[in-house]
Structure formats: structure tokens, C-alpha cells
Design a binder for this molecule. Structure first.
Ligand SMILES: *Cc1c(COP(=O)(O)O)cnc(C)c1O
Length: 458
């Protein structure tokens, strides 16, 4: 392949990608059935002969692009899905051209350097204790698993059991405490760590989904407590101050699932919600949600970085020889060896936004959520949660009506919201998590939802 050819291929692809992104605000948020059906055109027998790169890209763009969900656009409010800041898309392209393996610094000095800078910046943004350290992983699910694995090893170690050497069979019992509204990803992580669902102690929650501190079981030094910064439905924050105090007195390990909620710490207006979470031992967050970097990217931290040894390539004994966590390689802290250079986009996002830009991003999403709640309520619908950050739960009457409004909104395509069950009731969940959402997008979405809701009541 000659240089000019390579340049043309990449320039043509950039052109197509730019066109795709520019079109996002106009197109329906969900792909048409025709576009989805059209994907069968890609499902040919494995070709016997090569296809030219430009034909491959043409197929992807012509057939693939229309079959995307416009979750990178301004009116996607489903689940908790961030879009990607333009600078992170561009940084991702450059990083893809670099094609670095971020496992260790001799494979990629730049990838490891950027990951370390990004980790340090996030420790600062989240207000974690000095010396906290961690690594980039595929998302909050893996971050939860990594933090919980650290807690498991430390607790078992304390009771004379080396889980790295001896595994879980015959290990001393570890108690695991979760809230009744623990995110499924924590259950998934626990399951793979040897803590089945039926062995968990579930703490009842209050009207916003927060663990009831007065219903916490007795904690001891063989307990792991999982708390939430940002309930996936309501956005509510557990009372970290009280729970961490109980845990500290008992010698229990506290892990925080802060997938999107921890980012509230970046805004002076919302940071109070995250106070007390610095008292935990490990934390999980996502960068692909509220920080708006491309999929996939999550991050795990531990108060004592050495506690993460044993989840990665480095065994705990080996860690002791490292002079500092900052000098240790990323593959010591994460359960992956070869990895893409996720630090490039996190660094680019934070460098580009700065503290004020990041605070604006958080504030703007929360303001939009408030406007949704206000507009929906004014029209006579019921907002079910206290809108504390970017999440709104709304009921349009009985479950059937709510369900049909959600269905119609989803197929209408002006915007996209998910459905959920909240305290026994069906609800539409609106999550505002994109830099791209403007006030006009909120108004247009609100109009579409209200019109559909009006129609389904008649
Ligand atoms: C999204 C989410 C997760 C899982 O994160 P992934 O990035 O999908 O792995 C965990 N906890 C909460 C609260 C979430 O919102």
C-alpha cells in the first residue's frame, strides 16, 4: 500500500465519519427496520478473495451507519449512555493509528504515560485520598470486579488465606453486603469472584434507593460492603459517611460503584453528593458514560494501590519490591495484559475540558434533567424520584399507559428513553449524559414525549 493510497483511505473515512456525526441531530434516534434488515448484506460467505479497503469501508458506511443507534447524538437518553466528545473521537483515531499495547511502558511509553496522568487527574477530580491509584478497564463492570477482587484478597489475607495461591475452595467465609438496589454489574462481578447471589446480605433501601443505614447488618473484618454513588434509576447516593464510619470501626472493606455518579464530584454545585465516598477502600467509575469518551472505558481505584496487586499480572509478593505505585505498570492493577490505549481519550477529554469544562458538562446534564422533570410534571405526569443529578423517573399513569408511552417514544425516533421498574411501578427513565444535548434538544424531546403521552391517555 503506498502512502498516497493510505492517506486517501483515511481521509475518505474521516469524511464519512464527519458526515455521520453531522447527521446525528437530524436523523431518527433508532434505526429504521429497513436499515436493520439491510445488515444481512454484510452476512456473506467468507470471501475467497480480498476486497479492497475502500470497498470494505464503503460497505460499512453504506450498510452499517444507517443501522446504528444514534446514541452518540444529542437526543439519546436511554440507559446511562454517554456520547463521545469530538476531541475524544479524534484522539481515538490517532491512538488507533498508533496501535499501541498499553500493558507495560516498554510496549508503549506514551500509552502508559497518558494512562498514569489520567489516573492522577481522576483521583483529583473524584476527591479520592492522596496515594489512591488504579487502572483503566473496559467499564464499570470490570472496575467493580477489580475493586472487589482487591477487597477479597485483602480480607482473606488478613485471615491467613492467600487467594492468589490457594483460590477459593476452603477459604474462610467472606461476608458481602449490598443494597437491595445494587447494580446488576456488581452481582455479576461478585458471582465471578465466588460470591453467589444467594450468599449476599441485602440491605433494604429507602424511597430513593439508598441503603438504610439503620438496617445495616453487623460488620466485621471479614466483610465487604458495596455502596453506590449514583443509583442507576434515581441517581441517588448512599450515605457514604455513615457507612464508611461503621465499616472503618469494624475493619470492613468498602467498595464504591460510582459508574456515573462519581463524576458529580467534578462540579462545585453537585460535589456535596459525593462527600464521604473518599472514606471507601476501592472505587469503580466509567469514562464512557459521563466523561463522554468513546466505548469502552472504565476505571478502578484503590486507596492502597498495593491492594490491587494480585488482580493483575503482578503477584502480591512481587508488588512489595516496586518502589511506588506510579512506577508500577498498568498490568499490575488491571486484570488484562494486552490492552488498547484507553488513557489517550481520557487524557484528551480532561485536557480539553479542564476543570471548568468538566463541571459545565455535569451541570448542563443536570440542568437538562431538571427541565425534563419540570416539563413532565407541569403536564400532569408524576416524577417518581428526587432529581438530584442527571436521572429522571416518570410515570404517565398506570403501568400499561407508561409502557405504551415508552414504546411509542422509542419508535417515534425524536428521542430515546428506557423503561424501568421503580419500586413496583413501571417508569420511563431519562438519563441526560451527553455533551451534545442542547436546550433545544430537551424542548424538542419534551414536546415529542408529551404529545405521545397526551395521545395515549385519550
Ligand atoms: C453502567 C453502570 C454499571 C456498569 O458499567 P459498564 O460500563 O456497563 O460496565 C455499573 N453500575 C452503575 C451504577 C452503572 O450505571
Amino acid at each position: 500500500m503506498n502512502d498516497a493510497y493510505l492517506t486517501d483511505l483515511l481521509a475518505d473515512t474521516a469524511e464519512r465519519a464527519g458526515g455521520y456525526l453531522r447527521g446525528l441531530a437530524q436523523r431518527a434516534v433508532v434505526p429504521s427496520q429497513d436499515a436493520v434488515d439491510g445488515l444481512t448484506a454484510l452476512d456473506t460467505p467468507l470471501p475467497e478473495r480480498p476486497t479492497s479497503p475502500e470497498d470494505v469501508i464503503d460497505l460499512l458506511d453504506r450498510i452499517g451507519s444507517p443501522a446504528t443507534v444514534a446514541s452518540a447524538g444529542p437526543r439519546y437518553f436511554g440507559f446511562v449512555v454517554g456520547s463521545a466528545l469530538p476531541v475524544t473521537v479524534a484522539a481515538n483515531w490517532l491512538a488507533t493509528a498508533w496501535d499501541q499495547n498499553a500493558a507495560v511502558s516498554f510496549l508503549s511509553p506514551v500509552a502508559v504515560a497518558l494512562e498514569k496522568i489520567a489516573i492522577g487527574w481522576m483521583v483529583d477530580v473524584f476527591g479520592l485520598p492522596g496515594g489512591s491509584w488504579g487502572g483503566l478497564v473496559s467499564g464499570a463492570t470490570m472496575a467493580n470486579m477489580t475493586g472487589l477482587a482487591a477487597g477479597r484478597r485483602v480480607i482473606l489475607d488478613r485471615h491467613g488465606w492467600d487467594v492468589v495461591a490457594q483460590g477459593m475452595f476452603g477459604a474462610p467465609e467472606v461476608k458481602v453486603v449490598v443494597g437491595e438496589e445494587v447494580h446488576v454489574s456488581v452481582l455479576l462481578a461478585l458471582r465471578h469472584l465466588g460470591f453467589g447471589r444467594e450468599r449476599l446480605i441485602q440491605v433494604p433501601v429507602d424511597g430513593q434507593g439508598r441503603m438504610r443505614v439503620d438496617s445495616m447488618p453487623e460488620l466485621d473484618d471479614s466483610t465487604i460492603v458495596c455502596i453506590q454513588a449514583g443509583n442507576v434509576n434515581s441517581g441517588a447516593f448512599d450515605d457514604a459517611t455513615a457507612i464508611c464510619e461503621l465499616a472503618q470501626d469494624a475493619g470492613a472493606w468498602v467498595h464504591v460503584d460510582g459508574a456515573f455518579g462519581l463524576w458529580a464530584a467534578a462540579s462545585p454545585k453537585f460535589a456535596h453528593l459525593t462527600s464521604g465516598f473518599e472514606g471507601a477502600d476501592s472505587w469503580a467509575a466509567d469514562a464512557h458514560k459521563w466523561l463522554n469518551v468513546p466505548y469502552d472505558c472504565g476505571v478502578v481505584f484503590a486507596r492502597n494501590p498495593g491492594d490491587l496487586a494480585g488482580v493483575g499480572a503482578l503477584d502480591p509478593a512481587g508488588y512489595l519490591e516496586e518502589s511506588s505505585s506510579q512506577e508500577a505498570e498498568p498490568d499490575s492493577f488491571t486484570p488484562q495484559m494486552s490492552r488498547r490505549a484507553r488513557g489517550v481519550e481520557v487524557w484528551a477529554a480532561l485536557r480539553s475540558l479542564g476543570r471548568s469544562g468538566l463541571a459545565d458538562l455535569v451541570d448542563r446534564c443536570c440542568r437538562h434533567a431538571e427541565r425534563f422533570a419540570e416539563g413532565l410534571e407541569q403536564a400532569g405526569n408524576t416524577v417518581l424520584n428526587d432529581v438530584v443529578i442527571n436521572q429522571v423517573l416518570v410515570s404517565f399513569g398506570d403501568d400499561r399507559t407508561t409502557e405504551s408511552v415508552i414504546d411509542e417514544v422509542q419508535s417515534d425516533g425524536t428521542c430515546f428513553m428506557s423503561g424501568t421498574t421503580w419500586h413496583g411501578q413501571r417508569a420511563m427513565r431519562i438519563s441526560v449524559s451527553s455533551w451534545a444535548t442542547s436546550e433545544d434538544d430537551v424542548e424538542a424531546s419534551l414536546r415529542a414525549v408529551l404529545q405521545i403521552a397526551e395521545g395515549s391517555k385519550n
